[in-house]
Write a protein that binds this ligand. Structure first.
Ligand code: PMP
Ligand code: GLU
Length: 397
């Protein structure tokens, strides 16, 4: 007999991780899967960062680190915020956590009461929704379609705000769409936040370094809402450090203190060696970020060009991150004679089964007409993957 809590039962399994696990299992069985499911850079962590971690081991960074992060790391993040984002966060407004994912749940648990409404902009990254559910908040989803380049209109946001809205979760560049909001579009959102006292906005800027057109704008740089923004970031994506598990926030002091308290009871300070590596990363002066960005841009052009040639697929060209989210609703109701396609999860399973390509169905991202493709993989694999996808989709009538 299992006695799981209602809290854990209310949580779904992360579909990005589930699909990645499924493709790992099939690969282990010797099946030639091309995995475009998990969003992580395919590059190795740059050498200067690895060296810092090795040195940290030799220097005996083996004791409990401070709960909110090492002082010098928080100093360095404070400087990074100033230099790269024009944001003033003192080190005590910065909390280092086990990845951006951990930073997000800390913030949500710190400010969302049961029944509080949290506005999520669809297509959204999978974990936002479930983290809000876990905090007993009420997710209120507003959606943008491919026709609007997956960007919501200010009127939609305005209409969704009620007296119970506590938080908005904003993410640009976006996972899963790769869309980037420009300064003007963001200012309109900021002005709406400004009007509603007690309304906060998480700005998840984890893909800030992977942006192909225009500039990255930090939500907290709109001074009139600085006190209402929690900036979430981390080293996973920009520095190819997904496995090191370091994320951080810059936030109003009272929110930072709340996250510190949470970590003090749940995790303590995060891995000492990873923190030393993150310090090197944020101080880093090599050109690895630029090299990775150029590779992602080349691959974006490659995969979008190829996908546009596939009958039935609609693509909006992303401006950042390393995802593309094609609309595949054309195939709903079709069948290859064996498998009937009813929704985007069916397409994802069909492609895994018939094309040996792993992608993620759009439902988990609040985008039921789409699939998400992560193109952070070798160019030749992208070409092969789209060839296989095309051949499999051509069989659907
Ligand atoms: N936010 C977004 C939008 C993401 O795509 C990810 C990566 N899954 C995260 C946060 C969390 O990344 P990490 O926990 O690796 O820092
Ligand atoms: N950001 C990645 C993704 O969306 C990693 C997996 C995860 O943490 O969900 O695929």
């Amino acid at each position: 007999m299992e006695y799981l809590s209602d809290r854990i039962k209310s949580l779904s399994v992360s579909q990005t991780l589930a699909m990645a696990q499924k493709s790992r299992e099939l690969k282990a069985k010797g099946i030639d899967i091309i995995s475009l499911s998990l969003g992580e850079p395919d590059f190795n962590t740059p050498d200067y960062i690895k060296e810092a971690a090795k040195k940290a081991i030799d220097d005996n960074y083996s004791k409990y680190p401070p709960v909110p992060g090492y002082a010098d790391l928080r100093e360095a993040i404070s400087k990074k915020f100033k230099d790269e984002n024009g944001l003033t966060y003192s080190p005590d407004q910065i909390i280092v956590s086990a990845g951006g994912k951990h930073s997000l749940i800390n913030v949500i648990l710190s400010i969302v009461n049961p029944g509080d409404e949290v506005i999520i902009l669809a297509p959204y990254w999978v974990s936002y929704y479930d983290q809000v559910i876990f905090a007993e908040g009420k997710p209120v989803v507003i959606s943008a379609s491919i026709e609007n380049d997956f960007k919501i209109k200010p009127e939609q946001l305005e209409a969704a705000i009620t007296s119970k809205t506590r938080l908005i979760i904003f993410n640009s560049p976006s996972n899963p769409t790769g869309m980037v909001y420009n300064r003007g579009e963001m200012e309109k959102i900021a002005r709406i936040v400004e009007k509603h006292e007690g309304l906060f906005i998480i700005s998840d800027e984890i893909y800030e370094h992977i942006i192909f057109t225009g500039e990255h704008v930090s939500m907290a740089s709109f001074n009139f809402i600085y006190d209402r923004v929690i900036t979430v970031n981390g080293v996973s994506k920009g520095y190819a450090m997904t496995g090191w598990r370091i994320g951080y926030i810059g936030a109003p002091l009272w929110i930072a203190k709340a996250c510190d308290k949470l970590q003090g009871q749940f995790t303590s300070g995060v891995c000492s060696i990873a923190q030393r590596a993150a310090l090197a990363a944020v101080q880093g002066k090599d050109n690895s970020k630029q090299i990775m960005k150029e590779a992602f841009l080349r691959r974006r052009n490659l995969i979008c060009g190829l996908l546009k040639e596939v009958k039935g697929i609609k693509v909006s060209v992303p401006q950042g991150a390393f995802y593309v989210m094609p609309d595949i609703s054309y195939f709903f109701g079709k069948s290859d004679g064996q498998t009937k396609i009813n929704n985007s999860d069916d397409i994802a399973l069909y492609l895994l089964d018939k094309a040996q390509v792993a992608v993620v169905g759009g439902d988990a991202f609040g985008a039921p007409d789409c699939i998400r493709i992560s193109y952070a993989t070798a160019d030749e694999l992208l070409v092969e993957a789209v060839n296989r996808i095309k051949a499999a989709l051509e069989k659907l009538n």
